[in-house]
Design a protein around this ligand. Structure first.
Ligand SMILES: [Zn+2]
Length: 297
């Protein structure tokens, strides 16, 4: 998954008031994406799981004109990451703005995680320049990851929206099946699992039951937590569950959201997720394909 960046790049997001040195990464984002240098190293026919792209992110020393305003974000092992808060910076030679969601198919993994996580913090800083309560310009707290209003003392914390991913299964003897769904209105939609955001006032277990009922019209039982994963592209923390259909297995597809949804026997599960190293969805589908009910037992 995207946060699994290896023992050499342990994520440390303790806040500290630091200034960047030449070797530190200084990220910059615009509506076009993340400032990055991408080198094609793979085969031309490489697919989504093996895009053959290598990404490099800019270090302070790469900028001929240094960004005016930076803030420390986090470290991955010895690598320190900062964010340039300027609206515009002079892009270092060879760097251009790349979509962060596209970058997730490239290598190395820790820089993709840095770009994705940095993009979420960048959205948060840029979206809270003015107080949502009184409208005054906000300030950055000196010793913590908080944005504060000097007029009314309103405090804004980083935004994390919980959501669920749910593998709905049916295991009757050797007949092990899983519900896969495909979104409507996206040209490149892969087969996925039931997923959705948690509503205010709703525990995660109810999010699972509600989303499964809304998307595919099924009742479920035996919910089991699997793993969670940050998904910074949508400010989300995704929480993965296994569950089993309870009663009638007839699917009723929500056509406003989904193009299709159906039961797949293990042997028929599409292999398009086999190379998906980034997502919890991909990991859960592949785990069920290989292990069936042993995926959670
Ligand atoms: Zn205020």
């Amino acid at each position: 998954m995207i946060q699994e960046v290896g023992p050499g790049h342990v994520y440390d997001n303790r806040f500290s008031s630091l200034e960047p040195a030449d070797a530190d990464y200084v990220l910059h984002f615009t509506s076009d994406g993340c400032l990055a240098r991408v080198t094609h190293v793979g085969r031309a026919d490489a697919d989504a799981g093996d895009a053959g792209e290598e990404v490099e992110l800019p270090r302070l020393g790469d900028y001929t004109r240094r960004p005016g305003r930076t803030i420390y974000l986090f470290s991955l092992g010895e690598d320190r990451f900062f964010l340039a808060l300027d609206d515009r910076v002079a892009a270092p030679a060879g760097f251009s703005y790349e979509s962060v969601s596209w970058l997730r198919r490239a290598e190395p993994q820790h820089l993709l995680f840095a770009a994705a996580t940095g993009s979420q913090l960048d959205r948060w800083y840029r979206g809270n320049r003015f107080c949502g309560r009184c409208g005054a310009p906000t300030e950055l707290a000196p010793a913590s990851r908080e944005i504060v209003c000097p007029e009314c003392a309103h405090i804004v914390y980083p935004k994390i929206c919980p959501g669920i991913i749910c593998a709905v299964t049916s295991c009757d003897g050797n007949d092990e099946k899983i519900v896969l769904t495909r979104y409507a209105g996206r040209t490149t939609a892969l087969w996925a699992l039931v997923a959705g955001f948690t509503e205010i006032g709703e525990p995660l277990e109810d999010t699972v039951r509600r989303e499964v009922m809304e998307e595919v019209g099924l009742t479920v039982k035996n919910l089991r937590f699997y793993k969670s994963q940050p998904w910074s592209f949508t400010d989300t923390l995704l929480v993965g569950f296994w569950c089993e259909v309870d009663g009638d297995p007839t699917i009723a597809v929500d056509r406003t959201e989904l193009k299709e949804a159906r039961w797949f026997s293990r042997a028929d599960i599409p292999l398009e997720r086999t190379g998906d190293r980034a997502s919890l969805t991909g990991e859960m589908i592949e785990r069920f394909r290989l292990m069936g009910r042993a995926a959670w037992e």
